[in-house]
Design a protein around this ligand. Structure first.
Ligand SMILES: Nc1ncnc2c1ncn2[C@@H]1O[C@H](COP(=O)(O)OP(=O)(O)OP(=O)(O)O)[C@@H](O)[C@H]1O
Length: 231
C-alpha cells in the first residue's frame, strides 16, 4: 500500500505540492488528473525518491520511508511516458539486465513468461529495442516491473502518444496488474482512460488534490465536466 500524508514540496518559494493526502491500496488504480503544472509529476517523483519532500510523509505498507531509502523503494516500479531501455539490446536482454540489477536472476523461460504476460508478441522477444514502438517498450517496462516483483507501480502519462489499440492493450494490462494486487498510481491527461482503467480518480489543481472520486461513481462525461469546473 502506498500513502502520502500531508506531503508538500516547495521549489524555492514556489509551492508545487500542498498537503497531499492520498492512499493507493493493493488492487487499486489511482488516476491523477490535472492541468500542466498541477503537481502530478512532482507527486510521482516524491514517491520515487527522485526529489525530497519539504514536509509530510511517504509510507509503504504503513511504514514511513525517507528519500534515500533505496531498500524499501525496491517495491516500487516506474513506467514513464517513454520507457528508457537499451536500444542495442533485445527485449529479453533488457529484461534480464534490469532484473539482475534488482537482484533477480531468471532463466530464459521465466523471462519469456514475463514478456508473454505483458502481451509482447513472441517474434519481438529477441529483437533489438531500436525497432520497438512506444507501446512495445511499455510492455517491456511492465515486464521489468513484474520481474522485480514490484508491489507498487507508478506511471507518468503512460498512454500519451499511444494509438487506440495500444492504449486498449495497455489498459487491459493495467487492469490485470491491479487484479493481481498491485497498487498503481497513474498521472494522466486522458479522462476517458482514467474512468476506464481507474478505480479511483483525483483531480489536482495548483499543487492540491481538490477531488477524489471512485471511478464507478462517475461517467467520463461527468468527469470531464467536473474537471473543467475544477481546473
Ligand atoms: N525542478 C523544478 N524547479 C522549479 N519548479 C519546478 C520544478 N519541477 C517542477 N516545477 C514546477 O512545479 C509545478 C508542478 O509541476 P509538475 O511537473 O509536478 O506538474 P504536472 O502536473 O506533472 O504537469 P504536466 O502535466 O505538464 O506534466 C509546475 O509549476 C512546475 O513548473
Amino acid at each position: 500500500m502506498l500513502q502520502a500524508i500531508s506531503l508538500s514540496k516547495n521549489y524555492q518559494s514556489y509551492r508545487a505540492l500542498n498537503q497531499l493526502n492520498l492512499t493507493v491500496n493493493p488492487g487499486e488504480v489511482f488516476c491523477l488528473l490535472g492541468q500542466n503544472g498541477a503537481g502530478k509529476t512532482t507527486t510521482i517523483n516524491l514517491f520515487l525518491g527522485f526529489i525530497e519532500p519539504s514536509s509530510g510523509k511517504i509510507l509503504i505498507d504503513n511504514e514511513e520511508i525517507s528519500a534515500h531509502d533505496d531498500e524499501r523503494r525496491k517495491h516500487l516500479a516506474y513506467i514513464p511516458e517513454v520507457v528508457m531501455l537499451y536500444s542495442n539490446l533485445s527485449a529479453i536482454e533488457n529484461l534480464d539486465y534490469f532484473s539482475k540489477l534488482a537482484g533477480f536472476n531468471y532463466g530464459t523461460s521465466s523471462l519469456i513468461g514475463f514478456l508473454k504476460q505483458c502481451g509482447l508478441q513472441e517474434a519481438a522477444h529477441h529483437k533489438h529495442l531500436s525497432g520497438f514502438s512506444k507501446g512495445m517498450r511499455q510492455k517491456v517496462g511492465i515486464a521489468i516491473a513484474l520481474a522485480k516483483n514490484a508491489k507498487i507501480i507508478l506511471m507518468d502519462e503512460p498512454t500519451s502518444g499511444l494509438d487506440p489499440k495500444a492504449t486498449a492493450e495497455f489498459t487491459q494490462l493495467v487492469k490485470q496488474l491491479a487484479a493481481e494486487g498491485k497498487s498503481i498510481l497513474m498521472a494522466t491527461h486522458d479522462i476517458f482512460n482514467a474512468v476506464n482503467v481507474g478505480s479511483h480518480i483525483g483531480i489536482m489543481k495548483q499543487g492540491e488534490l481538490i477531488h477524489t472520486l471512485k471511478a464507478s461513481d462517475i461517467t467520463a462525461a461527468d468527469l470531464q465536466e467536473l474537471y473543467l469546473q475544477t481546473i
